[in-house]
Design a protein around this ligand. Structure first.
Ligand code: 6MZ
Length: 346
């Protein structure tokens, strides 16, 4: 490992935008492939390697392949524990994992089993004494429409109350070109009213301005991507003003956006716009397995692309603590951890 890579690995980090099934490493994929050789799935179908790019549509096909490989409680438990251990090994001290509860008739997996298995994985990792605090955001896949969204919110509500603080919020994700946010508004409003925190994928693709404007009225607690919010890329000043006025942090995933071709190059990434504005942004991975990255690498790429120093990157990771969905007490513990680690890292 060179000096730079070592610095970013040691830097304590917060990961707030990680889709469970997009985060599966090649090592775990290998284990899944050997469990299900009959599916005839190749490694190249589950990840987008160095220098490769795909359209966003093609990325969503990759998730479908991974879902075929992860369809039992046993698979989910292995995938979730592996992903948590990998984030811990990469220096992530606080992680919010998000995942869409799935029902699989063939393996008799129910959505409740799905959620409980992810919770079990988080609890198992706690017992291993890993230096990482993990929470769970239950995800709505927008392509499944109004009724499923409401059902997902009810499930999230139930587990928010029974998971001892592990389920903290709700994510809205899925193919941004499918469906319209207005159909999901009642479910999202209900989630907000019952105390679930909301992280919504907004303006991940162009031409979603009306939907974004509508959903910003909730308002969400964080925004995923927000690639096309600002006027320089066809967004609008009024959207930016709403985000700034409500101080809504943005979760930014550089490699994901470049490989998924919604952003032309690292230098063109909207990180620059929001960072220069002094608005809270959190560097995240999105799908570390599919996009073959890790959070240390994302920090290193942001620093080298935008000429930021180690001190700047420390500040960015420290400020991410303010954007987490866990309680104020957890924030204070993390701030303390960062203070303790400061002399060893910088
Ligand atoms: C929107 C995304 C995404 O939920 O099965 N997902 N949604 N934009 C993205 N940008 C690339 N990346 C992942 O993890 C996979 C699911 O996360 C969402 C999609 O709904 C995908 O099916 P889970 O753990």
């Amino acid at each position: 490992m060179d000096n730079q890579a070592e610095f970013y690995q040691k830097l304590p980090k917060v990961e707030l935008h990680a889709h469970l099934n997009g985060s599966v490493s090649s090592e775990t994929i290998q284990k899944l492939l050997s469990r299900k050789p009959h599916l005839n799935i190749k490694h190249s179908m589950t990840a987008i390697g160095k220098g490769q790019r795909r359209t966003l549509d093609e990325c969503f096909e990759v998730f479908k392949v991974i879902h075929k490989l992860v369809d039992t409680e046993e698979d989910i438990l292995m995938v979730a524990t592996d992903v948590i251990r990998e984030f811990a090994a990469d220096g992530v001290k606080y992680l919010e994992l998000r995942s869409t509860p799935r029902e699989e008739k063939e393996t008799r997996l129910t959505k409740a089993n799905y959620v409980e298995t992810v919770i079990k994985a988080i609890q198992q990792c706690k017992e291993e004494d890993l230096d990482i605090d993990v929470r769970f955001l239950i995800a709505i896949d927008r392509r499944n429409g109004t009724d499923v969204a409401m059902e997902t919110v009810k499930l999230a509500e139930q587990y928010m109350l029974s998971s001892e603080g592990l389920v903290v919020g709700l994510d809205l994700s899925g193919d941004p070109t499918v469906g319209h946010g207005k159909d999901l508004l009642p479910a999202l409003q209900r989630a907000k009213n019952c105390g679930l925190k909301l992280s919504l994928h907004l303006s991940e693709v162009p031409s979603q301005l009306e939907e974004t404007d509508l959903l910003l009225h909730l308002p969400p607690d964080r925004i995923g991507h927000g690639t096309f919010l600002h006027p320089e890329v066809g967004g609008s000043q009024s959207l930016v003003d709403k985000v700034v006025k409500n101080n809504i942090p943005l979760e930014l995933c550089l490699t994901s956006n470049v490989k998924g071709q919604t952003v032309a190059s690292y230098a063109d990434h909207h990180f620059k716009y929001w960072y220069q504005l002094g608005h809270p942004t959190v560097i995240c991975t999105d799908d570390k397995g599919v996009f073959c990255t890790d959070l240390s690498h994302e920090y290193q790429v942001a620093a080298s692309t935008f000429g930021l120093s180690h001190e700047d990157m420390w500040r960015i990771s420290n400020q991410a603590i303010d954007c987490i969905f866990a309680t104020e007490a957890v924030k204070q513990q993390l701030k303390q951890k960062w203070n303790d680690l400061h002399p060893q890292v910088l």
